[in-house]
Write a protein that binds this ligand. Structure first.
Ligand code: APR
Ligand code: ZN
Ligand code: ZN
Length: 367
């Protein structure tokens, strides 16, 4: 380890001890960074649906989980074998540290890497119980231990609560438009579902130069947020048929790119029929294992185009995070609009409830 005297660190962290139980603020023991690892002092971490899914047992049974994964902070120390990262660097954490070795990486498609890295050593409770960090991060904590490749250095002028957003949901939405959907100048885009992910897709479409951006949701509050982020038109799909509306708004053609940010068969079907012939559908919403999709195969054939999924916005952290933070600093990407509130580490449970009631785009823990 370089940069400080060797010792384990006792810090406060938010854990999900068992399925469905409210989260707890407790003491977490974080080891010094070993080979290829980095110790990061967390400054901000957004509250994401995935944290709640862990708490509810929807992702695995490896309790207790150390929650939080949408974070920014300052590197406190790095372990042996780490280059290009040092104590004092301001970083955004990512949950896909690409390996550079697997078949996807070697073929030049590292955003499909299937061998992404996490820290090797375990963080624990004070009684020695191993913790499972959410998405290999665990950042609702004063400090966390990650693989060095999970840290992407960005300008320290960006506020931590804004930078951290790029670690998950906002990057997923921006990337769905920019990377997966390849939205271009003058394109028409529709986004179905305007939570944090969908609103980020709206912003991504605007950044890419789309001329028409149609936001669809069943909640007028979300539609108002989408408009603030760049939607030119809004459709409340509880009141009107979104497919007809999107067609009407695009000269009866359908949109060039439709981004589905809900993750349900009904909304996917809407996306499928709301696009222009040979248009693109991007699925960035995450379905559950029980969901099934039924479509006439002839329509799949006859409508042509591309049906794509977007994992983490097909992002490459080292390419995309510095670019997006620089655009933010240049006043071209108002990421601060996603921060509905900043909260303390002991308010995560309350933030889950607000998220479920649809009251926030993002609650962000600041430390
Ligand atoms: N039609 C249109 N919009 C819908 C519908 C529907 N049938 N059902 C829900 N919505 C809207 C909600 O009103 C909400 O605004 O979809 C939005 C979902 O947003 P959030 O719950 O805030 O979720 P978000 O964080 O944006 O993530 C969206 O992407 O990463 C995945 O797991 C995540 O599947 C989730 C999706
Ligand atoms: Zn790889
Ligand atoms: Zn997330």
């Amino acid at each position: 380890m370089k940069g400080m005297d060797s010792m384990a660190h006792e810090v406060k962290g938010v854990i999900a001890r068992s399925k469905g139980a409210p989260v707890e603020l407790t003491t977490v023991v974080v080891p010094d960074p070993g080979l290829g690892e980095a110790l990061v002092r967390i400054q901000a971490c957004g509250v994401c649906h995935t944290d709640l899914h862990y708490r509810e047992g929807g992702i695995g049974e490896d309790f207790p989980y150390l929650l939080g994964h949408e974070a920014a902070g300052v590197v406190e120390a790095v372990g042996e074998g780490v280059s290009g990262l040092e104590a004092g660097d301001f970083v955004i954490l990512n949950w896909r540290a690409v390996c550079g070795q697997c078949r996807a990486c070697r073929r030049g498609r590292p955003w499909y890497c299937f061998s992404t890295h996490n820290a090797t050593q375990k963080m624990t409770l004070t009684d020695g119980t191993n913790l499972s960090p959410a998405l290999g991060i665990g950042a609702f904590a004063e400090k966390t231990l990650v693989a060095a490749g999970q840290c992407t250095k960005v300008s320290s002028q960006v506020k931590p609560e804004v930078a951290g957003l790029l670690g998950c949901g906002v990057m997923a939405g921006l990337g769905a438009a920019l990377n997966t959907g390849q939205v271009g100048r003058g394109d028409s885009v529709a986004v179905i579902g305007c939570g944090g992910v969908g609103c980020a897709a709206v912003l991504g479409a605007r950044l890419a130069g789309a001329s028409k951006i149609i936001a669809v949701d069943i909640d007028d509050r979300k539609l108002a947020w989408a408009r603030e982020l760049g939607a030119t038109d809004t459709v409340n799909s509880r009141e009107t048929d979104p497919v007809e509306q999107i067609r009407a708004l695009t000269g009866d053609n359908g949109a060039d790119v439709v981004i589905e940010a809900v993750g349900r068969p009904e909304t996917y079907t809407q996306a499928f029929y709301a696009r222009d012939l040979a248009g693109t559908v991007v699925l960035v919403g995450v379905p559950t294992p029980d969901m099934r999709l039924e479509l006439p195969l002839l329509d799949v054939f006859g409508r042509g185009g591309a049906l794509k999924s977007s994992w983490y916005g097909d992002c490459l952290p080292d390419r995309d995070f510095p670019m997006l933070t620089d655009l933010h600093l240049a006043g071209r990407l108002p990421l601060e609009k996603f921060v509905s509130e900043t909260i303390a580490l002991d308010a995560v449970e309350e933030a889950f409830a607000k998220m479920q009631r649809g009251e926030v785009l993002r609650s962000v823990v600041t430390l």
